[in-house]
Design a protein around this ligand. Structure first.
Ligand code: SAM
Ligand code: DTB
Ligand code: SF4
Length: 332
């Protein structure tokens, strides 16, 4: 399998060093290490596998918004929560391609299309396949997140040329039923297995700041790292609290715990892209710098995530310049 663009061939370089036998106690201890020790270890790992000054850039587009039948407690798009979001039908192909081209011009190398579905119908997959083909023709990597998939659907997406499928475990198995009741952890793992078996790269991570315990955070990381193959992309989201969702008003997470969790993800999954994902709008530049120092080397770029705000591109460009970070694929 091809390594992520501009990674230093890490996955091929030391596959024997990638562990899949982590236990929760061990990761809890890692997360509790003195901050400087944990960051030093994460830095060593990061530098052994990647150029620490290079960050992969993805842009997001919601191609089908709202009215999702699932009850994910964090999500503004669930039909179970009243967040005032307008529901929108699947976007026309030309609009999607226009957005992708604009993202490419801004410097994104991967275009991620998200749909608020429990899972797509086969006719939806046909339309998404055309979007994947069109975005690939622009010279970008493609990622989609459409919910649960069948074997036939993963095969169709692979045939269209899909590079990555995003499907998050979100939290530990123990905490999952507090967050989502309309599907199981096992359902999630099944789709991940199908995606992997179809030969599509896996993008899988979670959300922090949902009222979970330290053990839940360790549990999520262990689930990710102990998959038969590490996900190539690991998005770590900080909960974006949206009024009307059950998690609005949750006590905010200590930012150092967020940074520690990024560092632990880097240590457990050395060759993966760890993406500093949702929640950046509320983070200071200094906190984001700590996340990069802890081993994050990917972001969502562009003024919108799916339905909520992301930092202005000017702010990100200025931050990258101040930190001497390069966007991968842009002049690299
Ligand atoms: N419906 C599909 C699914 O759930 O897999 C795809 C779209 S869903 C919005 C993609 C991911 O966005 C979720 O798995 C979750 O991790 C993340 N997400 C949704 N709402 C969020 C929020 N308020 N804060 C942080 N992350 C969020
Ligand atoms: C992921 O882990 N985070 C992205 C992407 N994968 C699809 C989505 C974040 C959504 C934040 C809330 C919103 O904008 O609706
Ligand atoms: Fe639906 Fe995905 Fe939101 Fe859950 S996270 S409610 S599955 S759009």
């Amino acid at each position: 399998m091809r390594p992520e663009s501009n990674a230093v061939g890490a996955a091929e370089r030391a596959p024997d060093q990638l562990r899949h036998d982590w236990c929760i106690d061990e990761v809890e201890r890692l997360l509790e290490q003195p901050f400087s020790d944990l960051l030093y270890r994460a830095q060593q790992t990061h530098r052994a596998y990647f150029d620490p000054n290079e960050v992969q850039i993805s842009s997001l587009l919601s191609i089908k918004t709202g009215a999702c039948s699932e009850d994910c407690a964090y999500c503004p798009q669930s039909v179970h929560h009243d967040t005032g979001l307008e529901r929108e039908a699947l976007m026309p192909l030309q609009e999607v391609l226009k957005a992708a081209d604009e993202a490419r011009r801004q410097g994104a190398t991967r275009f991620c299309m998200g749909a608020a579905w429990r899972g797509p119908k086969d006719r939806d997959v046909e339309r998404v396949a055309a979007m994947i083909e069109g975005v690939k023709a622009l010279g970008m990597e493609t990622c989609v997140t459409l919910g649960m998939l069948t074997d036939g659907q993963t095969a169709r997406l692979k045939e269209a040329g899909l590079d990555y499928y995003n499907h998050n475990l979100d939290t530990s198995e123990a905490y999952y039923s507090q967050i989502i009741t309309t599907r199981t952890y096992q359902d999630r793992l099944e789709t991940l297995r199908r995606v992997r078996e179809a030969g599509i790269n896996v993008c899988c991570g979670g959300i922090l700041g949902m009222g979970e315990s330290a053990r839940d955070r360790a549990g999520l990381l262990v689930e990710l790292a102990n998959l038969p193959q590490h996900p190539e992309s690991v998005p770590i989201n900080l909960l974006v609290q949206v009024e009307g969702t059950p998690l609005a008003g949750t006590e905010t997470l200590d930012p150092f715990i967020f940074v520690r969790t990024i560092a632990a993800a880097r240590v457990l999954m050395p060759a993966s892209r760890v993406r500093l994902s949702a929640g950046r709008t509320e983070m200071s530049d200094e906190l984001q710098a700590l996340c990069f120092l802890a081993g994050a080397n990917s972001i969502f770029y562009g003024e919108r995530l799916l339905t909520t705000d992301n930092p202005q591109v000017g702010r990100d460009r200025a931050l990258f310049a101040r930190l001497g970070l390069r966007m991968s694929g842009v002049g690299a």
